[in-house]
Write a protein that binds this ligand. Structure first.
Ligand SMILES: NC(=O)c1ccc[n+]([C@@H]2O[C@H](COP(=O)([O-])OP(=O)(O)OC[C@H]3O[C@@H](n4cnc5c(N)ncnc54)[C@H](OP(=O)(O)O)[C@@H]3O)[C@@H](O)[C@H]2O)c1
Length: 284
């Protein structure tokens, strides 16, 4: 059984490869792809089958998918222009006749109003039309999404956001990767839709946990969506990126990033990593 993972130069894709190896999949049966294979040369050194695959280059995808049985398409980070790239990958997977194609989508892709979800929903439509046996991994937020704010929060004694009292079912990338590896190695996954997320918390609870562990006061400072967009622009983000981030918090406030399916725990066979442990790792 040959299992291909795309985007393994990125953080999630690499963790999926690690999880597959941890589950006992022999390294030569794991195909790790990246558009620059130099970035994953350490995986080649460990016996993983490393292949070049650029989502924008169909010929590279055709070669990469040769002989592949199951595959995970890790969604591209090129927000707003990634649907055609995803289509190329899906077509290559179909041409190769894979028996299973998994895709990292977004929580509640079929109903959410998050700006970030449009590309994922469009990709899910392409997958549905492809006729391929598909499994959807609708990932919630990563806990690591707040990593960049932690030094600022510790310096200023406050973490900013626009999520109000909304709860977010964030989980670590490693937990989502373990779930993806489970899906790729289990049988009977075609047609399944997993809504994945960890134990929910408010941004106030995130700030409180940060305070406890850092030993200094960190408050949660709530803003309206437009105020928070301005805060992010002041911090140096381009307006369009700031608007997408602030919209993410708006989604938390409106309950769109709350996932109560229990699917993550079921797939990984243990509780998701507690917020306190995730923050300990981020602070270290
Ligand atoms: N759930 C969440 O909270 C959350 C947060 C952020 C992102 N995401 C989504 O989840 C995905 C995985 O997360 P991550 O943390 O692993 O992101 P990441 O570290 O930014 O990795 C993104 C991966 O996509 C690859 N990629 C982009 N365009 C490509 C192309 N044309 N051809 C081949 N590979 C391409 C990148 O390759 P290069 O190294 O060559 O650039 C990289 O390997 C992201 O791409 C994004 O869609 C989810």
């Amino acid at each position: 059984m040959t299992i291909l993972v795309t985007g393994t130069s990125g953080q999630l894709g690499r963790l999926v490869v690690e999880s597959l190896l941890d589950r006992g999949v022999p390294a030569p049966d794991v195909v790790a792809t990246a558009r620059d294979v130099e970035t994953i040369s350490d995986l080649a050194a460990r016996g993983v089958d490393v292949r070049r695959a650029d989502y924008s280059d169909p010929s590279s995808l055709k070669e990469a998918f040769s002989g592949v049985d199951r595959a995970l398409l890790v969604s591209s980070n090129a927000v707003g222009s990634r649907v055609e790239d995803h289509r190329n990958v899906i077509e290559a997977a179909a041409d190769a006749g894979v028996e299973l194609l998994a895709y990292t989508s977004i929580a509640h892709a079929d109903s959410t109003t998050l700006l970030l979800a449009a590309d994922h929903w469009a990709t899910e439509q392409i997958l549905a039309a492809s006729g391929l046996p598909v499994v959807l991994l609708r990932n919630g937020w990563y806990v690591e999404n707040w990593a960049g704010q932690i030094p600022v929060a510790l310096e200023h004694g406050a973490i900013a956001g626009a999520a109000g009292e909304g709860r977010v079912s964030a989980a670590t990338r490693a937990d989502y990767a373990a779930a993806a590896a489970a899906v790729l190695t289990l049988d009977g996954q075609a047609g399944k839709v997993y809504e994945l997320g960890g134990s929910p918390f408010t941004l106030g609870e995130l700030a409180a946990e940060l305070s406890t562990q850092a030993g200094r006061e960190v408050a949660y400072r709530d803003h309206s969506t437009s105020e928070y967009t301005a805060v992010l622009v002041d911090a140096g983000l381009p307006e369009s990126v700031a608007a997408v981030y602030a919209d993410g918090d708006r989604g938390i406030r409106d309950g769109e990033l709350l996932v109560e399916s229990g699917n993550l725990e079921q797939l990984i066979g243990r509780p998701s990593t507690p917020l306190a442990d995730a923050i300990r790792t981020l602070l270290a």
